[in-house]
Design a protein around this ligand. Structure first.
Ligand code: GLA
Length: 680
């Protein structure tokens, strides 16, 4: 029995929009859902205008019938609070509910998810509907979980209206206390921005030039919090009326707009919508990273609440999934800790912007490849039911900090706008993934003591407290370039980078030297390995070198800071590029391929991949509790050495849970776009 909901085993199903279909189709829907093994559907995500056609006048009868019908066929419901799109009557009677963009334009009705997160009218209306839904369905046996709103920050991540300005000022008062505090934190002495009244402060609307970066940083924090307040207001009502029903909202994978560490703490279960692009060869690794983030948010199972059976409809070119790819991608999510496979959507729409988005049941009906693959996947998911609830132990953590992300990507004010946090994470994640090494994501202030290796691809914003916490970490630590640059207010630390990390790392960054697009800088490791730096390099000083002694008791000395690699050629020739002090490594550059450095770090931390050896290209190996997933994303058969872990006893050859087949002794061969799931 999985722990996420009271539905046993793994969850399988998708978004179901019965209001788009006549009643007779519903009968066919539930019959076909049973055929495919669907045990959970998400209902009512965009149903506000159909459930509350006039203020306070509810029309629940159709939804009652839907829930009854689903329950009668053994299908549980992830019930949305239906608040994702405010109805026309609300936006016409209260135009201020619609969001305003950075140019001051109020956006029109006619799409979805258009609302001002700070609007008291909007929040009150959502809470009223959430209460009505909770009271109506509190005892309904189909109700398995609550789904608040939909994909917060999709379409509307921020609103620049007057109401948002008022809310922003309240938030700023709470953060900075006094106007003097705000002026100091925002550095308003620069460019003549000194404020003498709170009312003078506005959201960072479109301005003639670059906007104050601290104002922007606070705005991003505020905007994440404003949406979170919408979520929390609904959650409070649901918890009051149905305290035992788990609450979620569907996340959007690796998303810059929302601080998911904070958000996840406010929900009972983490769920995610993942749409890897079938046309992007990096999709498997990007998906794996986002799934590992989801698993890390609450350090346990999560739920893939939406994915595409085949093509989406919102990319410029929407490439379908080849035969077997839907299954493979679904198994990948299970491998990385999802307790189910859910799709957008059950039945392909006949109208609206998503009529060409794939579905479990396509326009062509049941005599289609898509339908046959849907039914087959349902059977695979049932075969894997026993994995529900199992967890992954990772020895490596990648640090992810939303404050640093927001600060690093401030427009028009950085040494280079080519440092993108998602890419920096991927640069480290990809080689770990290729080696079959389990990776957690972690916020810098989490207890990291269970890991052997912690990598901070970038910690642009680093406070003294965070630096102290990292210094206390006993394992191998790697800090990437342009870290420890600013404090919590985006102000550069005295003496420059790495600021409070200086004592730990024993280095000083004298100068940032971004590398132009297409350019590179050679770096040579102590053992003569040549690496290429792209995008970024630094003029680095090691305390003790250049006749320097360091300038404090916690500064390093030439004796205890080892230079692991030096720049070669150009103005940086011979200067340190990578250093180690004790267990802390600093990289002042972005290696095109971090593998040669990574292998040394893994060896120092005593970490080997799942198989104990390398993996063929395109093969992913992922352990989840006693289960080992081997996934072949490639176009050719792949042969994988079977790890000892998967075959604990010589007399019991491992069995593939997907086929029931006992595997012969020796390496396993996996067909293209196929997988095996072994239990040890
Ligand atoms: C998002 C939304 C869904 C649907 C899908 C389409 O995930 O939550 O309502 O629009 O995208 O890919």
């Amino acid at each position: 029995m999985g722990g996420l909901t009271r539905v046993p085993g793994l969850l399988f199903g998708g978004d179901y929009n019965p209001e788009q279909w006549p009643d007779e189709v519903w009968q066919e829907d539930v019959r076909l859902m049973a055929e495919a093994g669907v045990n959970l559907v998400t209902v009512a995500v965009f149903s506000w205008s159909r459930l509350e056609p006039a203020p306070g006048a509810y029309a629940f009868d159709w939804l009652d019938r839907v829930l009854d019908l689903l329950h009668a066929h053994g299908i549980a419901v992830d019930l949305a609070t239906a608040t994702a799109t405010p109805p026309p009557w609300l936006v016409r009677s209260h135009p201020e509910v619609q969001p305003v963009d950075a140019t001051g334009t109020r956006l029109e009705f006619g799409s979805r998810q258009g609302y001002c997160p700070s609007s008291p009218v909007f929040r009150a209306a959502t809470v009223r509907l959430a209460r009505a839904m909770a009271e109506r369905y509190r005892e309904h046996p189909a109700l398995a979980m609550w789904h608040i709103s939909n994909e917060y920050a999709d379409h509307t991540a921020e609103c620049f209206c007057e109401e948002s300005a008022r809310d922003f000022r309240r938030w700023l008062r709470h953060r900075h206390g006094t106007l003097a505090g705000l002026n100091s934190a925002w550095g308003t002495s620069c460019w003549g921005q000194h404020y003498t009244d709170w009312e003078q402060i506005e959201p960072p609307r479109k301005a003639p030039g670059p906007v104050n970066p601290t104002q922007l940083l606070d705005w991003r924090r505020f905007s994440s919090d404003a949406l979170l307040a919408c979520f929390e207001a609904e959650r409070e009502v649901l918890k009051e009326v149905t305290p035992d029903v788990p609450v979620t909202t569907n996340f959007m994978s690796v998303l810059r707009d929302l601080d998911y560490w904070k958000w996840a703490a406010a929900e009972d279960l983490v769920s995610d919508d993942a749409y890897p692009d079938p046309a992007d060869p990096r999709s498997p690794v990007k998906a794996a990273l986002s799934y590992d983030l989801m698993r890390s948010l609450k350090r346990g199972p999560w739920l893939l609440l939406e994915s595409a059976p085949s093509a989406v409809s919102w990319r410029p070119v929407n490439v379908p999934k080849d035969p077997g790819v839907m299954r493979l991608h679904s198994l990948q999510a299970l491998a990385h800790g999802s307790d189910g496979v859910m799709f957008f959507q059950w039945r392909q729409a006949r109208y609206g912007p998503e009529k060409f988005h794939s579905a479990m049941l396509p326009h062509g009906g049941t005599r289609t490849r898509q339908w046959r693959e849907t039914v087959a996947l349902g059977a695979d998911v049932r075969r894997l039911a026993e994995i529900a609830g199992s967890t992954t132990e990772a020895e490596v953590a990648l640090l992810l900090d939303w404050d640093s992300w927001w600060g690093l990507e401030a427009p028009e004010s950085m040494p280079s706008d080519r440092l993108r946090l998602h890419e920096l994470l991927l640069a480290w994640y990809a080689p770990l993934h290729a080696r079959g090494i389990a990776v957690d994501l972690a916020p810098p202030d989490r207890d990291l003591s269970s890991y052997r290796l912690v990598i901070a691809p970038n910690l642009y914003l680093c406070t003294a407290e965070r630096a102290a916490a990292l210094a206390a970490f006993p394992g191998q630590l790697v800090v990437g370039p342009f870290s420890g640059v600013v404090d919590a207010d985006d102000q550069v630390h005295d003496g420059g980078a790495p600021g409070p990390l200086r004592g730990l790392l024993g280095v000083r960054v004298e100068e940032c030297r971004p590398i132009p697009d297409g350019g590179s800088q050679e770096v040579v490791t102590a053992d003569g390995t040549r690496l290429l730096a792209r995008t970024w390099s630094e003029w680095l000083s090691v305390d003790g070198e250049d006749g320097e002694d360091g300038d404090g008791e916690d500064a390093g000395s030439a004796q205890d800071v080892e230079v692991l690699a030096r720049y070669s050629g150009g103005p940086l020739d011979g200067r340190p590029a990578a250093t180690r002090r004790g267990t802390a490594t600093y990289l002042s550059f972005l290696p095109e391929d971090p593998a040669p450095l990574l292998d040394g770090m893994l060896a120092a931390a005593g970490i080997t991949g799942v198989t104990g050896q390398g993996l063929p290209e395109g093969v992913e190996a992922c352990r989840r509790g006693p289960y080992l997933f081997l996934l072949n994303h490639g176009d050719a058969p792949a042969t994988v050495p079977l790890p000892a872990l998967a075959a604990p006893r010589a007399d019991t050859p491992p069995t593939d849970l997907l086929t029931g087949r006992t595997l012969p002794a020796g390496p396993v061969t996996i067909a293209p776009r196929d997988a095996v799931v072994l239990k040890s």
